[in-house]
Design a protein around this ligand. Structure first.
Ligand code: AMP
Ligand code: MG
Length: 345
């Protein structure tokens, strides 16, 4: 039985602890959480969170925005810009070798590697097919009454022009050997951009959590040494509530989900991630989050799209084979399936 502390000793200890707490508060003022939000890049919402002081944060946010802005122009497949040879230009010049920015060459080379890694589930050369689904979704958003699916014959024709082997990267040039083909880098571009921004902010010595439309990256810790915690949205709750929370400790977490972009025809909902095997939106999974430790956010981005296409069975096997990767599949029923030791909190 522990000896009871004398009342006077307890009072002195309490006073000392209170003083120590006050002293600690005076020396280490509570750090303010700062957030910058960007709405103009990659057709998504980007947030940067940090507890650094205002001057350092403002500088970091400006540096981040500059990188997002420039990569957004380079990787845009829908618009061209003055004095920029971007992917829209590469697509337009399919059939001809095009001199490109090193970032485009790097992204497209990585896309070819991800085709191999994901057993063809992620195919950046599938632009012709993805365009038909994209247009159907945009039409549906503009005129829901007349929403319709892409024409089957058009899909079958487009599918003849999606060979990744026809994408040739040599130095800083890209050649799409098939003049009818086009690139769509939507599955990996946000991850690539997040990696570039994280690299820059890391060099600037800033601790942060960055969320680039579902590709989350962190550097360092929160004040007090706590891990950054990322929430995985509950796919059934339209932005309200979390399916899970996960500590992202100098790692990358990417989430792909059909709830993010979809449209409805005759009461059935169609997502934006297309299964190359069926040329239709992948079904069977509501969202997949892939955590990558010691691997790039771009790889996490590629793997989450791939896992969405492949489903928890084959996707789970894929994840087990990638060192440092783990995944959480959320099924339409709400059931959760973890692979590779996903560290859900
Ligand atoms: P993510 O949000 O990273 O899962 O990427 C989804 C985006 O990638 C879509 O909006 C399309 O632009 C593109 N995409 C959809 N399906 C595929 C696929 N099977 N392979 C490559 N890119 C795809
Ligand atoms: Mg992706």
């Amino acid at each position: 039985m522990p000896k009871l502390m004398k009342k006077s000793t307890a009072r002195t200890l309490a006073a000392l602890l209170a003083a120590a707490f006050l002293f600690a508060c005076a020396c280490v003022p509570e750090r303010e959480k700062r957030t910058a939000t960007f709405f103009d890049y990659f057709d998504t919402v980007i947030t940067l969170v940090s507890y650094s002081d205002k001057a350092a944060f403002d500088e970091a946010a400006a540096a981040a925005e500059e990188i997002f802005s420039s990569l957004n122009k380079l990787f845009d497949i829908y618009h061209e810009y003055d004095n920029v040879v971007n992917l829209a230009a590469v697509n337009r010049m399919a059939g001809e070798r095009t001199e490109v920015d090193p970032a485009i060459a790097e992204l497209v080379s990585a896309g070819k590697e991800y085709f191999e890694l994901t057993r063809g589930a992620v195919n950046i050369a599938m632009g012709a097919v993805l365009r038909l689904w994209h247009d159907a979704r945009i039409n549906a958003e503009e005129d829901p009454e007349h929403a319709s699916l892409p024409d089957e014959a058009a899909l079958a024709e487009a599918a003849k022009h999606c060979s990744i082997d026809d994408v040739i990267v040599e130095g800083n040039t890209v050649l799409l050997r098939d003049p009818e083909m086009s690139l769509d880098v939507g599955a990996i571009a946000k991850g690539y951009a997040a990696d570039r921004v994280a690299e820059k902010l890391g060099e600037m010595g800033v601790s942060f959590m960055l969320n680039c439309g579902g590709a989350v990256l962190t550097n360092g810790k929160k004040p007090g040494g706590e891990d950054w915690i990322a929430g995985i949205a509950d796919p059934a709750a339209a932005g309200e509530g979390f399916a899970a929370k996960v500590a992202v400790d100098s790692a990358a977490l990417s989430t792909s989900g059909s709830y993010l972009r979809s449209f409805t025809v005759d009461g059935k909902t169609y997502g934006h991630i297309i299964d190359p095997a069926t040329l239709r939106p992948a079904e069977g999974t509501a969202s997949v989050s892939v955590l990558c430790v010691g691997i790039s956010a771009m790889t996490a981005d590629a793997l989450s799209t791939a896992c969405f296409v492949l489903g928890a069975g084959i996707g789970g096997e894929l994840i087990e084979g990638v060192e440092g990767a783990s995944a959480l599949f959320v099924l339409p029923s709400g059931e959760k399936i973890a692979s590779g030791g996903f560290p859900e909190r």
